[in-house]
Design a protein around this ligand. Structure first.
Ligand code: CU
Length: 354
């Protein structure tokens, strides 16, 4: 029996486990099966012992869907009003599915909300092989798409990056309705948080010059999380993406927006929750053309260079922040560049007592 078959079989008939215990197991690296998005829900855990070379099989689809960045119509920082038309657009995003892209996976602590922006978290332990079966279901724009990962080990055939002089390279411009399978490996140099994103053709809306990153502006990005062997477990993990949308590139927008996870301004941006005593991890990524600063009120964390309450994140780079929660209350997280802050990059973080 090959490993893939063994994994599939051991996933059936197991009792449900709580969000917390799945996450704990996942972070401890002790229940490798809990992580793979081929698992239809968070019910598969505690199966095989952790083995070298686990195959983590993902079925990921690119899709198009309507989205409103200022979903509540209000900017609570400056008190401005936004109509649905001001921040409405057709978004693109990656979602994780059951095998053969049959149906989208429910949200869980492993891959996140699976609502498209950001895409599902791709998780692995050192030694694992990651297989992503990708399908392009962009029925709105009908753009070609791809997946390009950072941080993992792969051959040029699995790079997913399109260039005009090699426009037929497999996996760099997967047409609507078509599929491609990418294979990667996580080794010791893959430990950490990494981005993945569409790296296919530039595109244009409204007849202007092609925009290199149009599909990623529209939402085609996610994070990869690779845990070190024996990494201590965390109790909760917060997934945050810094990205911007420009009205010059997406003409349905009334202005430029600086976004967290496909949303702009308080109270529309993601709300994160922790409890006092919990070990908390933030995995933060950014795309685009600017450098961002993540700042969390009321908290400090240790880095290789002393304690910090900000983290600088450039295009396609990441920050991984960990601390034990000790400060109950209602807090803000935000970008500290004034322009980013007043363009939407602020959200809330609630800490309850244990
Ligand atoms: Cu502040």
């Amino acid at each position: 029996m090959d490993r893939r078959t063994a994994l599939t079989q051991t996933n059936s008939g197991l009792p449900p486990v709580s969000r917390r215990s799945v996450l704990r197991g996942a972070m401890a690296g002790g229940t490798a099966l809990a992580l793979g998005a081929f698992v239809p829900s968070a019910t598969a855990a505690q199966a095989a012992p952790r083995a070298i070379g686990t195959i983590r099989e993902y079925w990921i689809q690119a899709g198009s869907f309507p989205r409103t960045l200022v979903s509540g119509g209000h900017d609570d920082l400056l008190g401005r009003i936004f109509t649905p038309e001001d921040s409405g657009y057709w978004a693109l995003g990656y979602r994780a599915y059951t095998p053969n892209w049959a149906k989208p996976l429910a949200s869980d602590a492993n891959h996140g909300e699976n609502a498209g922006i950001p895409g599902p978290v791709i998780r692995a332990n050192v030694g694992d092989t990651i297989v992503i079966h990708f399908r392009n279901n962009d029925t709105h724009y009908r753009f070609p798409h791809s997946i390009h990962v950072h941080g993992l080990v792969y051959t040029p055939e699995n790079d997913g990056a399109w260039i005009s002089s090699k426009s037929n390279a497999p996996g760099t411009a997967v047409l609507p309705g078509h599929t491609h399978t990418y294979t990667y490996r996580a080794d010791a140099t893959s430990v950490g948080t990494w981005v993945y994103h569409d790296h296919s053709l530039p595109q244009s809306l409204g007849g202007g010059a092609p925009v290199m990153d149009l599909s990623t502006q529209l939402g085609m990005f996610g994070l990869i999380a690779v845990d070190a062997p024996g990494a201590p477990p965390v109790d909760c993990e917060h997934i945050l993406y810094f990205h911007q949308m420009y009205a010059a590139d997406v003409p349905s927008l009334a202005q430029d927006y600086a976004c967290f996870n496909g949303a702009a301004f308080l109270p529309n941006t993601p709300v994160f929750h922790s409890k006092v005593g919990e070990r908390v991890r933030w995995r933060i990524g950014a795309l685009g053309q600017e450098f961002y600063t993540f700042h969390l009120h009321g908290h400090r964390w240790k880095t290789g260079d002393g304690y910090r309450d900000t983290a600088l994140i450039g295009p396609a780079s990441t920050a991984t922040i960990e601390y034990v929660e000790d400060n109950p209350g209602s807090w803000f997280y935000h970008a500290t560049s004034t322009n980013h802050l007043v363009s939407g990059m602020i959200g809330q973080y609630f800490v309850t007592k244990a």
